[in-house]
Design a protein around this ligand. Sequence first.
Ligand SMILES: [Zn+2]
Length: 424
Amino acid sequence: MVLSGGRVVDPSQDIDRTADVLIQDGAVVGILDPGSGPSDAEEIDVRGKLVTPGLIDIHVHLREPGFEYKEDIESGTRAAAAGGFTRVCCMPNTRPAIDTASVVRHILETAGQVGSARVHPIGAATVDMQGDQLTEMAELKAAGAIAISDDAFPLQHADTMRRVMDYCAMLDLPLMTHNEDKRLTEKGAMNEGYTATVMGIAGMPRIAEDIAVARNILLARLTGCHLHLLHISTAGTVDLLRRAKADGIPVTGEACPHHWALTDSACEGYNTDAKMNPPLRTQEDCEAVKAGLTDGTIDCIVTDHAPHADYEKEVEFDAAPFGILGLETSFPLTYTQLVLPGVLALSDAIAKMTTVPARVLNLPDGAGTLRPGAVADIAVFELDTEWTIDRAKVQSKSHNTPFHGMKVRGKVAFTVLGGKRIVL
Ligand SMILES: [Zn+2]
C-alpha cells in the first residue's frame, strides 16, 4: 500500500516534505519521492493532506473493566482512531483496578480483538488504588504494563511514594503521578478563586498541586525513579519542572488541551462539562502551560480522556464526577490554538503527540516514527478543514466535552493501524 503525495511530517527523522509512504506487511518500507514506489501497490491518494506517525496518547481512561456504561475498549479506541490516535495508554482506575497481571492481560487481549488502536495498560501503584499495600509491579510489567500510576487516587504519604519510586526505579518503570495534596482540596470542586467564590463552590487551590509536585520531584531525585507529571495545570508546576530538568532530575511532564484552552470561567453557569481534576485554572496558568510547551519543559500533549455518562454529569456541580472527553478534539485544538498562532511549530506539536510520548514511556515496535521497519501506524489529516465540535457526533459512548460548539481547524481523515486502514 502507498499513501501518495501527502505532506509527510515525521519529527523522529526531521522530515517535512511532500512524499509517498510505502507500507508492506504491516510495516513502513520507507518515505519515497512522489511516484517512485512500485506500480502494483494499492494507492491511497492523500494529496493536500498531512501524513504523520499515528498519534499517541499516554493518558486516557477507557473505563473497562467495570464502567462500560461510560466507555469500553471498543468505543474508546474508536474515539482514539477518530482523533488520529493509533496508540493509547490506559489508566488503572477501573473496577477491578489494573492492579494484577490478569487485568493487564484481559485489557491487552480485548484490545487485540476489538481495538481500533493499540492499548498499553498502566498498572496501579497500590492494591485497589487504596494507597496502602504496593502492587506486584514486576508481575504487572511482565504481563505488559508499561508504567505505574496513582492517577485519580494520588498517594498522600511520602513514605509510600518513596517505596513506590524505589520499586519503579529498580524495575525501570516510569511512575506517572497525579499531583494533589488532598487535605488542601477537600470538598473542592473547581479552582480556588473569584469564580468559585461567586458560584459558592469550594475551591481547589493551585498550591495543592505545586506542593505535591515539589515533593515528588524531591523523591525522584532521591530514588532515581523516572517521574512523569500528569496533566500539569499550574504555573507553579511548570516552573518546578523547568528547574528540576535543569538540575538533571529524571522528570518529564504532560499537558492537556483544556489546561491551555480554558480558564475556570468555563465553569460559570455550573457547567459540569468543565469540571475535571486538576481543575481549569487562570489565564496566567494557561499562558505558563503554553510557555512550557514552547520551551520544551512540557514534553507531551495528552488528553486525560475521561468519559462519564450524561446522567452522572447532569447533577449539581458539587456532586458531578471530575473528567471530560479528549481524544476526538485534541489534535484540532492543538493545531488551531498552538500551531496556527505560532506557539508551536507543526513538527513540534506532532512530536509532542508521537515521538516524544513514545520515548517517555519506552513504547515498543517503533512507536511514534515512520522509520523503515516501524509498525505502519499512521494518521492522515485535512489541515484546512474548518468544523464545529459537536458533542452529539462522537465515537465515544459519552458526551462530556466543554468544547461543544467551538470552531476549530484540522480534521482527521483516517488512521492506518499495522498497515490496515481503520474504518469507523
Ligand atoms: Zn487521568
